[in-house]
Design a protein around this ligand. Sequence first.
Ligand code: NAD
Length: 307
Amino acid sequence: MGLVIAEDLWQPLPEWARNKYEIVYDPRLYADRDRLQTVAKSAKALIVRNKTLVDRELLEQLPELRVIGRLGVGLDNIDLETCRERKVKVVAARGCNANAVAEYVIAAMFHTVRPLNQYDKSVRNGAWDRFQCMGGELHGRTLGLIGVGDIGQRVAFRTRSLGIRVIAHDPYVLASNMVVQDFGVHLLPLEEVCRLSDFLSVHVPLTSATRHLIGERELSIMKDTAVLINTSRGGILDESALFKSLKQSPRRYAVLDVREKEPPDAKDSLQELPNVLLTPHIAGITHESSERVVELVLGDIDRVLSG
Ligand code: NAD
């Protein structure tokens, strides 16, 4: 039975899977649609990250396909409706990288108030300027979460002990929700969260309803010193509106792990700005999470194919 892996596992292929299945593993396969269609023609399972576009056109070329494994959680590159129609199951690595993303968000928050690497650089350059290296504290600040699902909740839980006030917007979460109550998260309308937050961290899936959820209007009401952290999907944020906002308000700051276009163009205007920190979509990737993701997705695929 054939398994096709079209993107990088970032882990060795588990021995049990190699012994049980005939596997084609080509981390660059996603980039060549024609070859992907040919190679996966008789595959029972297709394993992808976020680069493979699994649309109707591709799915119609894969008549034997029974399951798609997503090495991550965002499903915006997979046509779920066509999968339902064709009875193709989709399994994702739910929960496997949420901890990594939550820790990234906390690290980003600490970094913006006390950028230790910059202090280190100044010492190495011969300075010993304690005043210049004076940073701020997170204690007493307000964190706004857009989306209080798996990752949003973990961020809320971790910030609690830091004395940070947590407010959030999530129309699908009730104020009676145990997590919201236990972590003392105040649910508010989107505008209020944008207006009141010192840090605004985005944790919603990319759908037609959330595309450009944070746009010109939302940015215009944010504090002049606000820090925006986006680890969810680039499309949720209107990047050209963000560029204008950061240019106009140099005390604002953005930490972007995800971009509207990945990788961004060589002439990426956001890279011109000093008040932006950019990482290459790695918030969810740690040694620990990669191991969990591969084990869980391959295990789920095995259950579907054996069941
Ligand atoms: P989740 O499904 O557990 O939670 C998403 C939350 O968003 C839900 O509570 C939902 O009610 C809420 N939501 C939906 N529409 C909303 C809206 N319009 N306004 C406010 N809230 C809304 O998902 P999760 O596991 O927390 O992950 C969130 C996203 O993070 C994923 O969809 C994925 O795109 C992204 N992600 C990125 C990385 C990375 O490496 N950067 C890793 C993992 C996940």
